[in-house]
Design a binder for this molecule. Sequence first.
Ligand SMILES: *Cc1c(COP(=O)(O)O)cnc(C)c1O
Length: 363
Amino acid sequence: MKIMPNRLDRGFYMYQKEFEEKAIEVLRSGWYVLGNEVQSFEEEFANYTGGGHCVGLASGLDALWIAFRVLGIGAGDEVIVQGNTYIASVMGITINGATPVFVEPDEYYNIDVSKLEEKITDKTKAILVVHLYGQASNMKPIIEVANKYQLKLVEDCAQSHGACFDGKMTGTFGDIGCFSFYPSKNLGAFGDAGAIVTNSEKIAQDVKIFRNYGSEKRYFNKVVGANSRLDELQAGLLRVRLRHLQELLDERVEICNRYLAEIQNPKIQMPKIREYSTTVWHQFVIRCKERNSLIKYLDDNEVGTIIHYPIPPHLSEAYAYLGMQTGSLPITEQYAQEVLSIPLYNGMDKEEQSHVIKVLNSF
Ligand SMILES: *Cc1c(COP(=O)(O)O)cnc(C)c1O
């Protein structure tokens, strides 16, 4: 049987009874939007991250663009972001009319801090840090640069729930931490969901108003907002998963430690973990110069893979208007040609892991 890159069904069956009981409880409650489940999830997730306040939203993309909106970043402003990210990070910036300024990644696939300062201009208003593939970015020097130039700091934690830098959880370093609970994320809902985390009560309040048509009190609209509410069903199901998050993350670490120890092939570049950072292994990303033949070989041997991500945002059709050419971000572009995510999911059994290892070693 083919081993898929991800198996969301396994993650459901691990806690089937608890998920089903919670779903029925919410369905029977008669209250479906902005109620007790959302409020409880917000409190529990704020406690989990140590971030002070959490506001539930409809998706990770909403968390990003609403974050920049409430920080007042828009047309004429520049936001620094790494070149190798999921395109949603960049859309969070450009939906507001701001301009992304790309920085090359380091060997850990996070922003290369040594290339950050040279990108700052008098238009730069913020840095968006992406903790890609689940590994915390190099936060100390990033915070130093943000403070030096008085820039806002936003974190894209869509892949990094629970990952820490120097013992502090991602999402709590800057002004706003943006989370996605899309089903395939490490803390996944059963549909779209997202949230922001912030230490600022004012920002939390502004996002709460914004997500509900700009309204704090019914019929009184303070700003032109959006409808981006986390619904009760997703919030309830997320509360169930959050209770088990640590064991889910531990299981991923166990699988990936096996991969790190047992995958040995000179053609394959393995992922590395930075000093002071932890990774929650959202993806296990290898690199290979002969990626196409590797994909085919794995596929012929019943191992499915995916690429995160084959086209970097600056070369996507959506961002043709930025006028960036192939060759403008050589490291980002090289990674896009070489990266490959191998199967990894909660509930992955030992035989599946062994098969993936065996096939990778025989390539
Ligand atoms: C998934 C993801 C997003 C977007 O989240 P959605 O909930 O799908 O809108 C943003 N940034 C990164 C890095 C992601 O992986």
